[in-house]
Design a protein around this ligand. Structure first.
Ligand code: FES
Ligand SMILES: [Fe+2]
Length: 317
């Protein structure tokens, strides 16, 4: 491997909330094998409907809980000798022994289900969640369309995908859009939350308006983009990008528009967004990560992004 390509692995896996599935992908009693954060995990939904994530390998002889394991009530049963683990990873039943050893447990992950997705908190040092997954009211609003979903896996570190949010110049070159620099960056929640607003005059199916593109980021994984300024109408894109490992990422997207825009702009919006991602893909798949890039005076937003991104890594990482 040459030295440049090696830079891929220099960036560790960040801390934060990351989606591991769309809610609709996991029925009650369903078990899924998932691999994120460079870890083998099992995702399952208990009979009462709770989504749970545990380390995949059984404390007994190490069978993979997702390879033949099944949900029994609120627990998952190992396929090998039938040990049962509850959603906290505690072994609650060994079918052939009354005495459950104190160490009979597997690591459990913090899970939150909202915004049509199942999120897991990941921290390199195992620290508890430091912030909350946002609630996006549009996703449950009867005036907005049922959200469409889209997903893709890319061979790139997720930070390089997130960096696009603070890269107005690439919109011009990669996406053939007019250069609209972010006009305002603000922070909240101890600096973990970042909002970038870009203003421009836009032709829309409902007329020409002064619109605002509002990009919100919660950590490196979660981003929403809202188009505001069209009277009584709006568009929303929400995405979660999850590290599979330090060189691979999995993005999930949700799109919704107000119902009055559905027929005139809904399809165009979704097609435009997903086409945009495909244009980014060629760059992402083939780029390296430069830890110390050569930057020019016009790159102030990129410098700001790199400064902000640092807080999502543990020192030990
Ligand atoms: S390996 Fe899981 S019960 Fe034996
Ligand atoms: Fe892009």
């Amino acid at each position: 491997m040459n030295e440049e390509r090696n830079q891929h692995s220099e960036l560790p896996i960040p801390n934060g909330w990351f989606a591991v599935a769309f809610s609709k992908e996991l029925a009650d009693g369903e078990v899924k094998r998932i691999r994120y954060f460079d870890e083998e995990l099992v995702l399952f939904r208990t009979r009462s409907g709770q989504a749970k994530v545990l380390d995949a390998y059984c404390a007994h002889l190490g069978a993979h809980l997702a390879e033949g394991g099944r949900v029994i009530g609120e627990t998952i049963r190992c396929p090998f000798h039938g040990w049962q683990y509850d959603g906290d990873g505690q072994c609650t039943r060994i079918p052939y022994c009354e005495d459950i050893p104190a160490k009979a447990r597997v690591r459990c992950w913090d899970v939150v289900e909202r915004d049509r997705m199942i999120f897991v908190w990941r921290h390199a040092e195992g620290k508890p969640p430091a912030w909350q997954v946002p609630i996006l009211p549009e996703l449950e609003d009867p005036d907005w369309t049922e959200p469409r979903t889209y997903e893709l896996k890319v061979e790139v570190h997720m930070q390089d995908m997130a960096e696009n949010n603070c890269d107005p110049i690439h919109f011009q070159f990669v996406h053939g859009m007019p250069d609209v620099p972010p006009s305002e960056i603000s922070y909240a929640d101890n600096g973990r939350f970042m909002r970038i607003i870009s203003r421009s005059k836009q032709e829309t199916p409902l007329g020409a308006f002064d619109t605002e593109l509002e990009r919100d980021s919660w950590g490196l994984g979660l981003t929403s983009v809202r188009t505001k300024g069209i009277p009584n109408a709006g568009l929303l894109m929400f995405s979660s990008t999850t590290p599979i490992d330090s060189g691979h990422s999995h993005s999930r997207w949700l799109f919704t528009v107000t119902k009055n825009l559905a027929d005139v702009a809904g399809e165009e919006f979704i097609a435009g967004m997903s086409q945009g991602v495909l244009s980014d893909m060629r760059i992402w798949k083939n780029k390296i990560h430069r830890t110390h890039p050569v930057l020019c005076k016009g790159d102030s937003y990129l410098i700001e992004f790199r400064r902000w991104a640092k807080q999502f890594y543990s020192e030990s990482a």
